[in-house]
Design a binder for this molecule. Structure first.
Ligand SMILES: [Zn+2]
Ligand SMILES: [Zn+2]
Length: 672
């Protein structure tokens, strides 16, 4: 304590730096430009190294934001030009200054999402790593930003930067600034409290205020339900958490987590797609614990100058991907069938994708810089070598949760998450892979954790999903139907010459086994010559697994003839027993109830959906009106229109009304 005190007294005068001041304006928003001016004062180094970030927290590929920067110039603060040299595409060295360097440039941005800037006459949607330069030696300096709004605009500023009376917005350092995206537009603002915590939603969209208010209520449900996993909300830096939402046809679908906010963009309108959009909210808000506070050591501090690599993304992203749909199910926003589809999709991929034999889930995570919003000019063999750490991690979270519930009655995955937050409450104490295993061992047993990590995390063995899921009355089975029958191992492009293979064929598939690969054109199938997918489906309809088909192929080496042996698709689906004509036992019902019921510690707001045709209200998890099949909405069509609440006795009254809102009965095998 004494030592620390002395160090602080000694160090403070040295560390105190004048704020880096940024001024941003948007005089050419119609053409997607912002003008940025950055002032660095008290510059001691003779050469000031000014940089544009190459990567952005939460993204793992290099984005080279410098590509959108031009008209770059530096002056000394009194209008005299300073010498600028460029040692790299994203760095400018400024010399000859007398302690002050003013940098000015134009930055272009026409992509409203969680990574880039979207500047146009409707908004300035800014991810600051894509917007502002920074300088070596000034990373710890406080920052202050000023935004000049277009004259006559009705724009307002929503961000988790701290607001001041003099019109400036501040952050204690560069890291915090970069973690505070900015939405400047004519947005709808909603605010609410859960317990002692304050939340806000700034929504830029083209729908009605009623839809916005209804969506804010959905966000409130998600926030309340997720608090239950951890027992409390994080302490937000400026006293509140803000959802920055852009639902606009010209936005780009995305979600990006931050410490005190999230940016979510989507192209669809709330009136049509609120039930899908709330899924992204559920994922991103979970990150305010998992990855923004429970932080892998590999990402702390974040390096803006290179691709950041983390072997823990299966936990940071994958477990978040598990809790996203789980939260919706627990809060009554999703029915058990849709929940099973989400989990079944992840399990099927992990069980069947050839990539599982190539990398373990840690090495899959480390490949994020090649796949996370990354682009490749050259063909890549991802289909045979990679499983997304989102998907793989989701399946692991599911398997580990069910294993803990089976082996350690009363314990759940939520206990592991809480233990992780207790031991790694914030970025000052980030975790390692060893910490993950040790904490799981504390919640369960050292042997259990060792076994899970050795076989399924350091190893490549899949968990025993069929058995684990059966305890909850969920049937993991092979998919059947047309999609399963036409499994060949690659997608084709249809031309008048035949079917051209568009991507590397999947290891173990009929095409792969016959030596067919990208660029091959299949002209003849036995005596047939299909020229559309429909023709081919009709041809395959007459065959079964094990049948041979003789193919004529135009390949790189010339014409060739090969036989393929048809096989059934290995794809699996997860079906609730009650939809698979199987008996759901009381034990299964109890297991499922303990797993999927609400864990909220504060009251969940009640939300409904409404039928625009018969004007009844229905449980939110319904997609369609059980009476007339109409797609349900989250609000009245016209403000003031009255809805008729449906009663439990009334529901199901018409003979045709299915119990699960239009998706009841035995699930077909051909769907996604
Ligand atoms: Zn995520
Ligand atoms: Zn209806």
């Amino acid at each position: 304590m004494t030592k620390w005190f002395c160090f602080t007294l000694f160090a403070l005068p040295l560390l105190a730096q004048e704020p880096v001041r940024y001024e941003l304006k948007f005089p050419n928003a119609a053409h997607h430009e912002a003008e940025v001016r950055a002032t660095f004062s008290g510059v001691r180094q003779p050469v000031l190294e000014v940089l544009m970030s190459r990567s952005s927290p939460g993204r793992y590929a290099l984005h080279e934001f410098a590509k959108n920067v031009y008209h770059f110039q530096a002056t000394d603060g009194q209008g005299h030009a300073l010498e600028v040299t460029q040692p790299s595409p994203y760095q400018w060295n400024v010399t000859g200054h007398k302690g002050t360097v003013v940098v000015e440039y134009t930055v272009f941005g026409d992509r409203a999402d969680g990574t880039y800037n979207g500047i146009d006459p409707t908004h300035a949607h800014l991810n600051l790593p894509a917007t502002v330069v920074w300088a070596h030696g000034f990373e710890k300096a406080p920052v202050s930003l000023k935004f000049e709004l277009p004259a006559g605009s009705d724009w307002k500023i929503a961000t988790q930067l701290a607001q001041h009376d003099d019109g400036t917005w501040t952050a204690p350092n560069m890291d915090r600034m970069m973690d505070s995206p900015v939405e400047i537009s004519h947005y709808y603002m909603a605010e609410w409290k859960v317990g002692g915590s304050q939340f806000r939603m700034a929504l830029h969209h083209r729908g009605t205020d009623e839809e916005a208010a209804a969506f804010a209520r959905l966000c409130q449900v998600v926030v309340t339900e997720e608090e239950g996993v951890f027992g409390a909300f994080p302490k937000y830096d400026n006293g509140n958490y803000t959802f920055l939402l852009d639902y606009l046809p010209y936005a780009s679908g995305d979600g990006m987590e931050h410490r005190n906010s999230t940016v979510i963009a989507g192209t669809r309108d709330l009136k049509d797609a609120a039930a899908q959009m709330i899924g992204t909210v559920s994922h991103e808000f979970f990150h305010s614990w998992n990855v923004k506070r429970i932080r892998p050591k590999t990402l702390e501090p974040f390096d803006f100058e290179r691709a950041d690599m983390s072997g823990e993304l299966w936990f940071a992203e994958g477990f978040t991907n598990y809790y996203g749909p789980l939260t919706l199910k627990r809060a009554g926003l999703m029915d058990v069938d849709r929940f099973a589809r989400s989990m079944g999709g992840a399990v099927s991929t992990v069980l069947n994708a050839p990539g599982r034999l190539v990398f373990n889930v840690i090495d899959m995570s480390r490949r994020a810089p090649f796949v996370d919003a990354a682009t490749a000019n050259d063909p890549v063999n991802t289909g045979n070598t990679f499983i997304s750490y989102y998907t793989y991690g989701q399946a692991l979270a599911l398997g580990i949760d069910l294993s803990i519930r089976t082996r350690f009655p009363g314990k759940t995955l939520d206990d592991w998450m809480r233990a992780m937050w207790r031991e790694h409450p914030d970025t000052q104490k980030p975790y390692t892979l060893d910490d993950l295993q040790r904490t799981l061992g504390e919640v369960t047993s050292k042997e259990f954790a060792g076994d899970i990590f050795q076989r399924h995390i350091y190893g490549k063995e899949p968990m025993d999903y069929e058995k684990l899921l059966a305890r909850a009355g969920l049937l993991l089975e092979k998919r059947t139907g047309a999609a399963a029958r036409s499994y060949l191992g690659a997608q084709g492009l249809w031309t008048d010459r035949g079917m051209e293979i568009a991507a590397p064929t999947l290891i173990g598939s009929p095409f792969y086994n016959a030596g067919i690969d990208r660029g091959d054109i299949i002209t003849d199938w036995d005596r047939g010559a299909p020229r559309t997918q429909r023709d081919l489906d009709a041809l395959l309809e007459k065959h079964k697994a094990g049948d041979k088909i003789h193919l004529k192929v135009d390949s790189r080496g010339g014409k060739k003839e090969v036989d393929i042996t048809l096989a059934d698709s290995p794809a699996m689906q997860l079906v609730p027993y009650e939809l698979a004509d199987k008996q759901l036992t009381p034990e299964m019902t109890a297991f499922r109830e303990a797993w999927l019921s609400s864990k909220a510690v504060h009251p969940l707001p009640k939300v409904m959906k409404y039928c625009p045709l018969c004007r009844r209200s229905h449980p939110f998890e319904f997609d369609n009106c059980p009476y007339d099949g109409t797609a349900l909405r989250i609000t009245a069509l016209k403000p003031g229109e009255e809805y008729i609440p449906d009663t439990p006795g009334g529901r199901g009254a018409p003979a045709a009304a299915p119990a699960t809102g239009g998706r009841g009965g035995r699930r077909g095998g051909g769907g996604q």
